[in-house]
Design a protein around this ligand. Structure first.
Ligand code: SF4
Length: 335
């Protein structure tokens, strides 16, 4: 993409480059995050053009189910589920299949496009993996919803087993830049995380991976993660906005502004034009009154809260989507 200084022309060129698959330079990507002379609405309008091309006005609503919580031996400093944290989160082993299926029914009835099963912990052993695989098969056979699993590190053999069980997508977030990773976790590496994503992708699972903005990183690092996720062909990118979890090792951070959050969502749309971009954890607390503007770059949201923090109910989320002139997308069924 050529060098353009005038903000409106620059935003228009960004949208055209994203639509045509023309690379956007690092400098141009950085400008999206840092150039205050670019009006936010101009940027959102350009990102919306790309979003609309790939997803129309549809919004995919995801509902998370924390099917196993707490007692995690990893020490991710932002997470209250780590045994290294002083957080007082509910602690439980894997919920029963009946409970998970019943909760999936409620998610489906609430309009969920995708049901995300999330387990704390480093990764599943063989017995646990077999159990999860049979659960995935049952959920897929029972509800017309996509199923995503987030169960920590897996290798290629385990990924293959989940793919055969009918899993649509595997989630494993990069969370931050490679250089910063060692400061937010000491029990595994960024490379470990990339290896799991590569294993999932190698067997044909869709990859879901995102980050948490607001843990002290610079704009260059946000750009780096967006480019890495493009290279890893992440089809789904949850863009989380940091909220301090009480008890987590990583304390309060400098507060994000709604403007910064929205610019980041636009960046991810320009650099990953056809990916499902999700305004994910922390959207309510960080976007505040501008929450519905996230739907211009993003085409996906969570409802009913996050792993251990609350969020808007499904009803409230659906109302916001309708009020903003967007529509809730459902999984197509083929009888
Ligand atoms: S983010 Fe996941 S791996 Fe890290 S401590 Fe929390 S539950 Fe464990």
């Amino acid at each position: 993409m050529e060098r353009i200084s005038e903000p409106r022309a620059f935003c228009h060129a960004l949208a055209q480059a994203a639509l045509q698959g023309t690379p956007i330079t690092q400098e141009q990507a950085l400008r999206v995050l840092t150039d205050a002379t670019i009006p936010l609405l101009t940027l959102l309008e350009a990102a919306f053009e790309v979003r609309k091309h790939h997803f129309g006005l549809g919004v995919r609503v995801h509902i998370l189910n924390n099917v196993q919580n707490g007692l995690c031996p990893e020490d991710c400093t932002y997470c209250a589920q780590s045994t290294s944290s002083a957080g007082q989160v509910p602690v439980y082993r894997l919920k029963s299949d009946e409970t998970i299926v019943e909760e999936a029914r409620r998610a489906h009835e609430s309009g969920a496009f995708r049901y995300c099963l999330v387990l704390s912990g480093r990764g599943p052993g063989e017995e646990r993996l077999d159990h999860l695989a049979s659960l995935v098969t049952r959920l897929k056979a029972t509800f017309p919803m996509e199923v995503c699993l987030s169960a920590g590190f897996i290798d290629r053999t385990q990924a293959e087993r989940l793919k055969q069980a009918g899993l649509d997508r595997y989630n494993h977030n990069l969370n931050t830049s490679e250089a910063r990773y060692g400061s937010i976790c000491h029990t595994h590496t960024y490379a470990d995380r990339v290896a799991t994503l590569e294993a999932a992708r190698a067997v044909g699972l869709e990859v879901c991976s995102g980050l948490i903005i607001g843990m002290g990183e610079g704009p260059e690092e946000v750009v780096e993660v967006a480019l890495t996720l493009n290279r890893l062909d992440a089809r789904s990118i949850p863009v989380n906005f940091y909220v301090h979890a009480p008890g987590a090792q990583l304390g309060e951070q400098r507060r994000l502004t709604p403007d910064a959050c929205l610019r980041a969502l636009c960046l991810f749309r320009f650099l990953n034009p056809s990916a499902e971009i999700r305004a994910a954890g922390g959207r309510e607390a960080n976007l505040r009154a501008l929450e519905s503007l996230a739907l211009y770059p993003a085409n996906s949201l969570f409802a009913e809260g996050y792993l251990n923090t609350g969020g808007h109910s499904a009803d409230k989320t659906m109302q916001m989507i309708a009020d903003a002139g967007f529509t809730v997308e459902q999984v197509e069924t083929h009888d």
